[in-house]
Design a protein around this ligand. Structure first.
Ligand SMILES: *[C@@H]1O[C@H](CO)[C@@H](O)[C@H](O)[C@H]1NC(C)=O
Ligand SMILES: *[C@@H]1O[C@H](CO)[C@@H](O)[C@H](O)[C@H]1NC(C)=O
Ligand SMILES: *[C@@H]1O[C@H](CO)[C@@H](O)[C@H](O)[C@H]1NC(C)=O
Ligand SMILES: *[C@@H]1O[C@H](CO)[C@@H](O)[C@H](O)[C@H]1NC(C)=O
Ligand SMILES: *[C@@H]1O[C@H](CO)[C@@H](O)[C@H](O)[C@H]1NC(C)=O
Ligand SMILES: *[C@@H]1O[C@H](CO)[C@@H](O)[C@H](O)[C@H]1NC(C)=O
Length: 271
């Protein structure tokens, strides 16, 4: 997944030389793989020495019905399945009240009314200030220190996301909410943060140019949003959930970057 080409020079800036990501096969992957008839895929393995990968912390990655990698994140007191996108920065949620989950009846879909009950949800006042636009200029970070009273009277803004060569239009509003992620390390541990930037979609994600077989319409089926795995440089916000996670795991201090990926529901972590 990539952002639009004009901004692609910044891809992975947020992760470079910081996150050490290890992707490991787990047993839950096989059901999702669908090998076409007529040819066989062969797998080969090469012994490269003693020892095993031994990450200090591991985050489970599963796969959505459309084979998108998803991670389990709690936002506003609701556990959500978010597609992990290494090259964007926003934590994006589809909203139950605006019917922007696919399908709209998706049971786990984020509800801002639930989030309000939970107490940590705020809508940034910048949304309704036409002089402040949400883009990636370095000195234009939304501070989000004052809030609007509700979602309904908030003006959404549009942004574009490039995914698998398809350009998507996102329309939504910027807010803050409490977030949690569970990692396994020395023990299973739930990390939590308050006042983390979140983008709430008020319209369905739409592909600007629909791809073959309407892939664009199906890519986000059964998931609750997108977790950008980049730092704040690719956003208008002053931090990102992924950046806060790396900081909490001490991954932002002097670690070399490295990643390998494997097909199937995965684990990734750092050490
Ligand atoms: C795929 O594997 C099966 C079973 O080993 C074999 O019978 C078949 O010829 C193979 N097909 C191709 C295209 O190699
Ligand atoms: C997400 O994590 C929470 C907390 O550990 C857990 O209760 C829930 O079952 C998880 N959801 C999925 C789909 O793994
Ligand atoms: C982002 O801004 C909030 C105030 O809105 C502040 O509390 C927080 O420390 C800032 N985060 C970073 C990483 O600068
Ligand atoms: C989003 O698409 C669904 C159909 O998948 C539709 O029911 C819903 O009304 C749409 N939401 C908006 C805000 O257009
Ligand atoms: C793509 O979606 C449109 C609108 O939902 C539909 O009319 C069209 O038949 C679909 N095309 C394919 C190849 O499924
Ligand atoms: C990160 O480093 C600090 C200070 O060295 C330490 O207290 C903390 O436990 C470390 N966090 C993790 C998740 O290892």
């Amino acid at each position: 997944m990539r952002r639009r080409p004009a901004q692609s020079s910044g891809i992975f800036r947020g992760l470079s030389r910081t996150a050490l990501l290890i992707l490991l096969l787990s047993h839950r992957c096989h059901a999702a793989l669908n090998v076409a008839d007529g040819f066989n895929i062969t797998a080969t393995e090469v012994h490269v020495g003693q020892g095993t990968w031994n990450p200090a912390w591991t985050l489970l990655v599963n796969y959505s019905p459309a084979l998108q990698p998803v991670v389990n994140v709690s936002i506003g007191g609701q556990w959500l399945q978010l597609v992990f996108d290494a090259s964007s920065a926003y934590a994006v949620v589809f909203m139950k009240e605006f019917a922007t989950c696919q399908p709209p009846s998706l049971p786990s879909c984020y509800s801002y009314k639930e989030a309000e009950k939970h107490g940590g949800f705020h809508v940034c006042s910048e949304n309704n200030d036409p002089k402040v636009i949400c883009d990636t200029r370095p000195n234009d970070r939304w501070s989000c220190t004052s809030f609007l009273s509700n979602v309904v009277n908030t003006t959404p803004h549009t942004d574009v996301l490039m995914i698998d060569g398809l350009e998507y239009r996102q329309r939504g509003i910027e807010g803050l909410d409490t977030m949690m992620m569970e990692l396994s390390g020395p023990t299973r541990h739930i990390f939590s943060w308050s006042a983390v930037p979140v983008r709430l979609l008020t319209d369905n994600l739409t592909a600007v140019t629909p791809g073959p077989m309407n892939l664009s319409l199906n890519l986000f089926e059964g998931v609750d949003g997108i977790l950008g795995g980049s730092g704040p440089t690719l956003s208008c916000r002053n931090t990102t959930l992924w950046h806060l996670l790396l900081q909490r795991l001490n991954a932002t201090r002097g670690w070399g970057g490295f990643a390998i990926a494997a097909m199937g529901p995965l684990c990734f972590g750092n050490y």
